[in-house]
Ligand binder design. Structure first.
Ligand code: SF4
Ligand code: SF4
Length: 130
């Protein structure tokens, strides 16, 4: 399994992780997330009072460590694992894409501007300033 890397957010200047600690919107979870079979296996070990299924099989993908790609299902237009307080119910075993977000392999995640309300607001402000 791929190791979770630590990134220097200050240096990258993409997003201040302190914002996530105070965030009560959790809008970055609204599309769910793609996840590897090995992560799925780990998550399935958790005892949660959420009716299964929790995942959808998306197909084979060589860029995923196991070669098999899944997606978390959505419920009420949110990832099935997000609770009513917008917190992740599988935080300690959440998929790599979630733990790295808003980065992805040390770069800005592809959907950062669409998913994070801070990023959206920043983009809007920038547009207005033009
Ligand atoms: S990335 Fe944005 S939307 Fe997601 S938790 Fe952080 S501040 Fe909130
Ligand atoms: S697994 Fe957790 S962190 Fe990832 S999208 Fe779902 S609720 Fe959000």
């Amino acid at each position: 399994m791929r190791m979770k890397k630590k990134f220097d957010h200050k240096k990258l200047k993409i997003h201040d992780p302190a914002l996530c600690k105070e965030c009560f919107r959790g809008s970055c979870c609204r599309w769910g997330v793609e996840t590897d079979l090995l992560e799925v296996a780990q998550i399935l070990e958790k005892r949660l009072d959420i009716p299964k299924p929790w995942f959808e099989f998306l197909g084979r993908d060589k860029s995923f460590p196991s070669g098999y790609k899944f997606s978390t299902l959505l419920k009420n237009r949110r990832c099935i694992f997000q609770d009513d307080n917008m917190r992740c119910r599988i935080y300690e075993v959440r998929p790599r894409f979630c733990s790295e977000f808003p980065l992805e392999d040390g770069k800005r995640a592809s959907y950062y501007d669409e998913l994070c309300h801070h990023a959206r607001a920043k983009k809007k402000k920038k547009k207005k300033g033009r």
